[in-house]
Write a protein that binds this ligand. Structure first.
Ligand code: NAP
Length: 344
């Protein structure tokens, strides 16, 4: 069986995912696309050489009987109505982060999915599919380093555009650490705090950069994440878990080691698309395979989208208050507890 996708939003990531499904993974096919800019959708179909119907809007695409799964790659505020309409129509959904821009929006998606009585939604938190994080999780779950006590992370981009704002350091950047870290240690966040170190002269006037976020979990693990989006030198993701018996570190991206002119060096990537290329492929392959095998996606769930939204809201509050802010999550519905046993 081939899982037939309809894509809503043919911008940067929509086009990347169309190419992945068409050329890099197996078992999926793009049969329909739409974009608020119809010309952009038509251009994507022509340029990417796919045979897909171009729809006027998301609702008509969702109603196409040939569409099994809706890929949501429009901009964040448009995600919620598309996801709700897809659930209502009984279609699978692969939704890029954010699932919705507010915790209430995520809650309404969670409630709609529970009403549908089966898991339909996967959120595009691709780091869970990165081989480095997967190896770290295996080491933690095998008790190789004993109980994790604290985690040090960094999320650095060479530079950001002038449209990037201080809160986006949380909602667009930290959001990936928020998801992957609670998955890594199987713990929930309890509180967050944000500090602003000395500002880099490379940041535009409106942007506070770097930032240092501290997250505390219910189990007492303290996590610090440096976000530095004008670091100049490259796209660099670091993660080190300190355990009672040992320490594990996210592997560096593989690169040749060069000795030249009295220096020893390796390359550092500059583009997030390259850093997580394999993880993006793996997450889509798993979406397709799990639906084929079990009738439900097993990757990051709508509940994970809700956790990310609530935690990000607390971080944005902490940016403004300078205080420790509580992360208050609703109780996890049984629906997701049962499903979590099967999940990656
Ligand atoms: P983008 O290049 O701006 O593409 C978004 C596209 O969706 C644009 O063509 C936009 O049209 C269109 N659009 C906006 N509202 C729409 C609607 N209501 N219906 C249909 N199309 C609509 O953005 P992007 O970088 O591809 O990001 C897309 C999503 O992926 C975002 O949610 C982003 O946060 C997420 N993302 C995730 C990752 C990751 O690592 N997982 C990385 C990057 C982005 P206009 O340009 O005309 O507005």
């Amino acid at each position: 069986m081939t899982l037939k996708f309809g894509v809503v939003g043919t911008g940067t990531l929509g086009r990347e995912h169309i190419q992945r499904i068409t050329n890099a993974i197996s078992g999926g096919e793009i049969v329909a696309v739409t974009d608020i800019n119809q010309e952009a959708a038509k251009k994507a179909v022509d340029q990417l050489g796919i045979e897909a119907k171009v729809y006027e809007n998301d609702l008509s695409l969702i109603q196409d009987e040939h569409v099994d799964a809706v890929m949501v790659t429009s901009w964040g505020p448009a995600h919620k109505p598309t996801v709700l309409a897809a659930i209502e129509a009984g279609k699978y959904v692969f939704c890029e982060k954010p699932l919705a821009t507010t915790a209430d929006g995520c809650t309404s998606i969670v409630e709609a999915e529970i009403r549908s009585e089966r898991r339909l939604v996967q959120v595009g938190f691709m780091r869970r599919y990165d081989s480095g994080y997967v190896q770290m999780k295996e080491a933690i779950e095998s008790n190789d380093i004993g109980r994790p006590l604290m985690i040090h992370c960094a999320h650095r981009n060479p530079v950001v555009s002038e449209t990037y704002t201080t809160d986006m350091a949380i909602t667009d950047t930290l959001i990936h650490e928020i998801d992957v870290l609670h998955w890594l240690i199987r713990d929930d966040y309890q509180s967050v705090r944000v500090a602003f170190p000395k500002k880099t002269t490379h940041a535009l006037k409106h942007l506070r950069d770097p930032q240092l976020v501290t997250l505390e979990t219910k189990g007492g693990i303290v996590i610090d994440v440096e976000i530095f989006v004008n670091c100049q030198y490259g796209y660099d993701i670091q993660c080190e878990v300190i355990g009672e018996e040992g320490i594990i570190r996210l592997p560096e991206v593989s690169s040749i080691v060069m000795r030249k002119e009295a220096r020893l060096g390796t390359n550092i990537l500059t583009d997030w698309k390259d850093r997580f290329l394999d993880a993006y492929n793996q997450e889509l392959q798993d979406f397709v395979d799990s639906i084929k095998e079990t009738g439900e996606p097993r990757g990051p769930s709508a509940w994970d989208g809700y956790i990310a939204a609530v935690t990000a809201d607390a971080c944005v509050r902490a940016q403004k208050s300078g205080e420790k802010e509580a992360v208050i999550l609703k109780e996890k519905p049984d629906f997701y507890r049962k499903k979590a046993r099967k999940a990656v």
